[in-house]
Design a protein. Structure first.
Lengths: 555, 322
């Protein structure tokens, strides 16, 4: 009656062995990490050195080498939650639309009269026409600029919403187009943040989109959130504007559609510029640090894509002798006079750069400008020492917790308690094995989750043992008591653990960061503890019972 | 000889002082809510927004000097607390400084943080700052919302699960016990002014998970015994079930508390509040599954015939009754 089918035994043993095999690398954390880093580097560069091979030899290639990721609170690093100001892009879109709109309105000049762009709230394009009677024609003409939105949800809806208000033509992006734009903005922002973080070459950064307009950025090993912000927070938005005038008055009055920007190098100098840029950094295809051939000063070269090159060439050809401004993040880097048409689509920016400054700017320009500004909602920096302290404290606590639970179990249940203890050790091994395989991140609350699991994992065993004790009282013989004990305790075990598991799932869905780390270890701990209690302990007990064939047992 | 937390056979009447125990629970809950409303919770930056800076120095923490240094910066509400922990070395003196969310800023600007750090370094030049955390008011508002949703969702999920597996009376009893545990824990946090943050919410949910675990085991036995002893009174069968599972209840609570105690003492100060909440929750959770959940079920009453319609044993009795 007390039998477990052979295949069943095999599966149990195999699962346990696999779990332990995957958990083992974590015991040699630093070695395995260095080995993995070396392997990754060799694969990436395709070349190897003796030093790299030595690092690689720290851990055999054949053994599993996946590790549990350590969370920021254990390893130290920086955490940022950024909100992308997606609405910024609407304005840029309107600016880009203006020349096109101007052209189509000029075609119907006879009915609409003269046109003039007006200042408008962000994300709207207002055009005043001199003949109010022609507003219907103007709306009609503007609507022709709208194209169907390209997205999964808003199929067919036009990109623009156009309405006329007396002599005012108002153009905005349609709701569907806003959503599609937001989505593109987010994808682009995530991609650019990822590229910038990757350029810095840190280990295992997490860059995730969260919700509609947020990006979660976690970079282990970086010194502070400020460093990380410097790396990703710079918009590096490069634009070229026609210059209207130069002034030293910071409060200078400017006309509609003009902007006043400070000079980067000259204290107290300001430029009045046309608000609509001729070309933007979006059209850049390459940028490199260089030295100016005449002065030997550090400079940055750039090259435009064909459409950018054409726009730039047309403008410079038409404005020889006039100054134009190179603007980076709302500051005028320089405002040279156009000597001749620049048709090749490439050029050079000189300013008061240092060599590092020019290199950094080239990197930022190459990675692309962030399409919109980011506001940081949450910033956390955790020093590596604090993380190391936490690991040390967590380890000691776990060992003490472990030892005391083992002693307690053996004192309470004798040999059966010993079996449960073996299962408990395997259980912790399995937790680490699963964590490694799924690439989960271990956080400080996660360690607490494991310790809590150590305490709670014995619960299923306790349920069974108590049940066996009760069954023994009715004197049906030890084998029957064991069998009945397992069978009857099962429903309580399932109910009790399923409810806790539900909680773990809720924590996982709603939690973030450390809380999520806790829910993962708790959830995995529940599964492995039920497995070890029902299958592993049982296997141990049954095997022992088969060998020893005791007449009576004491639980 | 085996270690036994309770004698082999117990026959405790858990309802003997039902009025007293349930009354005590109700009074404790009312007191908790009163303390909660009266003293308020010591919300962490997760829920309030603001910045915390952890400082570490080899000289003893001088709260007054720190405060004097920071007062000049005019940052609004600043709280400075020294942190003690058995895991700290002799040269390790740690303090936590909390600065309220600054008007018009999402997360505190680096300039502010730098100004604070510079001001503190005038007190002790070699001071280090192992962690700096800043949460903007926008996120903290959402975190509160998520936390409340999480607690309600878990109670709802348990209500439904117990209802499906048992009977609605059981789920009412179980959820009543859980609310009891949550309120007592929040009350204790208010009373002791322990920092209440996201981790505390996770702890609350863990308590919910643990307490329900305990309650369900007793309910499971109760359901079994209700089928077995159809003619005995409900209170009697409840007592029997609680006595039969008492050894297990205390064993599991014992091992869990043992593990948690190790973490509480040795796990470091960063997660102490979190562990403390769970530690306390295991105690009240065990109490509530024995003294609260069952009492509620007893008060509502429960259907006695658990047999399946086609089972013979069930129909025999009903025939006699009819």
């Amino acid at each position: 009656m007390l039998q477990i089918p052979v295949w069943n035994k095999m599966v149990i043993i195999l699962l346990v062995l696999a779990g332990i095999a995957f958990a083992m690398p974590n015991l040699f954390y630093e070695r395995v990490e260095r080995h993995n880093d070396a392997v990754a580097l060799i694969e990436r560069t395709g070349a190897t050195t003796d030093a790299l091979e030595a690092e690689r030899a720290l851990w055999p290639d054949l053994l599993p080498g996946t590790l549990v990721n350590l969370g920021l609170d254990l390893r130290g690093g920086a955490h940022l939650l950024a909100e992308v100001q997606v609405a910024d892009v609407y304005e840029a879109r309107m600016d880009a639309l203006w020349p096109e709109l101007r052209d189509v309105l000029r075609e119907v000049r006879d009915t609409v009269g003269t046109i003039r762009r007006q200042d408008a709230p962000a994300g709207e394009l207002h055009v005043r026409i001199s003949e109010p009677a022609g507003i219907a024609a103007a709306v009609e003409a503007a609507r022709r600029l709208a194209t169907p939105v390209v997205s999964l949800t808003g199929v067919g809806a036009p990109t623009l919403e156009v309405r006329g208000d007396n002599d005012l033509l108002i153009v905005t992006l349609s709701e569907a187009e806003r959503q599609a734009t937001d989505d593109r903005t987010m994808q682009q922002s995530v991609e650019i943040v990822r590229r910038r973080v990757d350029e810095a070459g840190t280990r295992e950064p997490t860059i995730q989109r969260q919700g509609a307009d947020r990006i979660l950025i976690q970079v282990p090993g970086i010194g502070s959130a400020q460093e990380l912000k410097d790396l990703i927070g710079t918009t590096a938005r490069l634009t070229f504007h026609p210059v209207v005038s130069r002034t030293t008055d910071a409060q200078a009055e400017v006309d509609a559609r003009q902007i006043l920007l400070p000079s980067m190098d000259e204290e107290g100098a300001f430029y009045v510029l046309e608000q609509t840029p001729v070309v933007t950094g979006d059209d850049l295809v390459d940028s490199q640090p260089a030295f100016d051939q005449q002065t030997g000063q550090p400079a940055v070269t750039f090259r435009f894509n064909p459409s950018g090159a054409r726009a730039f060439g047309d403008y410079t050809a038409a404005n020889v002798g006039a100054p134009f401004a190179i603007v980076l993040d709302e500051e005028v880097i320089s405002a040279p006079v156009i000597r001749q048409a620049i048709t090749g689509g490439s050029g050079q920016i000189t300013g008061n750069f240092t060599v590092e400054g020019s290199t950094e700017l080239a990197v930022l320009l190459r990675a692309g400008a962030l399409p919109a500004e980011m506001v940081f909602l949450e910033e956390r920096t955790i020093g590596p020492e604090l993380g190391a302290d936490s690991i040390a404290a967590g380890e000691i606590a776990a060992v003490v917790a472990f030892a005391s639970v083992l002693v307690f179990m053996v004192l309470s249940y004798g040999l059966f308690g010993f079996f449960a203890s073996v299962a408990l050790i395997l259980n912790v091994g399995l937790i680490f094995g699963v964590l490694s395989v799924i690439g989960a991140t271990l956080t400080l609350p996660g360690i607490a989750g494991i310790v809590l699991t150590i305490g709670m994992a014995v619960d299923a065993n306790v349920l069974v043992f108590e049940r066996i004790r009760e069954e023994l009282k009715t004197a049906k013989g030890p084998a029957r008591a064991i069998e009945q004990g397992y069978a009857r305790a099962l429903s309580a075990i399932i109910d009790a653990n399923l409810t806790t598991f539900i909680i773990a799932v809720i924590l996982f869905t709603l939690g973030s960061g450390p809380v999520r780390g806790f829910s993962i270890t708790l959830g995995i701990g529940i599964i492995t503890s039920v497995f070890t209690a029902i299958y592993v302990t049982r296997l141990l007990i049954v095997t022992w019972f088969d060998r020893a064939r005791p007449k009576t047992i004491e639980v | 000889m085996r270690l036994r937390l309770v004698p082999q056979e117990t026959n405790i009447d858990f309802f003997k002082h039902a009025r007293l125990t349930l009354g005590a629970s109700v009074v404790a809950m009312i007191l908790s809510v009163a303390v909660w409303l009266g003293m308020g919770l010591n919300f962490g930056i997760d829920f309030l927004g603001g910045t915390t800076i952890r400082t570490e120095s080899s000289t003893p923490v001088d709260v007054a000097a720190y405060r004097a240094a920071l007062d000049a910066l005019d940052l609004g509400d600043v709280s400075i607390t020294q942190v003690f922990d058995p895991t700290f070395g002799p040269e390790q003196n740690v303090a936590m400084i909390r600065i309220q969310a600054q008007a018009g800023q999402e997360s505190v600007t680096p300039e502010t943080v730098l100004a604070v750090q510079d001001a503190l370094r005038t007190v002790y030049p070699a001071m280090s700052f192992p962690s700096v955390e800043s949460v903007g008011p926008k996120v903290s508002g959402e975190l509160i919302q998520t936390a409340i949703i999480a607690v309600i969702a878990s109670l709802g999920a348990i209500l439904v699960y117990i209802w499906l597996r048992f009977e609605w009376q059981f789920s009412v009893g179980a959820v009543a016990a859980l609310i009891h545990d949550i309120i007592l824990t929040v009350g204790l946090f208010a009373l002791l002014q322990i920092r209440f943050d996201l981790a505390t919410i996770a702890a609350l949910l863990t308590i919910v998970g643990y307490s329900i675990n305990d309650t369900v085991v007793i309910f499971d036995r109760l359901r079994e015994n209700l089928v077995k002893y159809k003619s005995r009174g409900l209170q009697d069968v409840m007592n029997l079930s609680a006595n039969e599972t008492l050894s297990r209840t205390l064993m599991t609570s014992g091992t869990t508390l043992l593990a948690l105690l190790a973490l509480l003492v040795l796990g470091g100060d960063v997660i102490r509040g979190f562990v403390f909440a769970i530690f306390w929750g295991v105690i009240v959770g065990t109490y509530s599954s024995i003294f609260v959940a069952k009492n509620i079920v007893l008060m509502i009453g429960v259907k006695r015939d658990w047999s399946k319609p086609d089972a013979k044993a069930g129909t025999q009795f009903s025939n006699i009754d009819a």
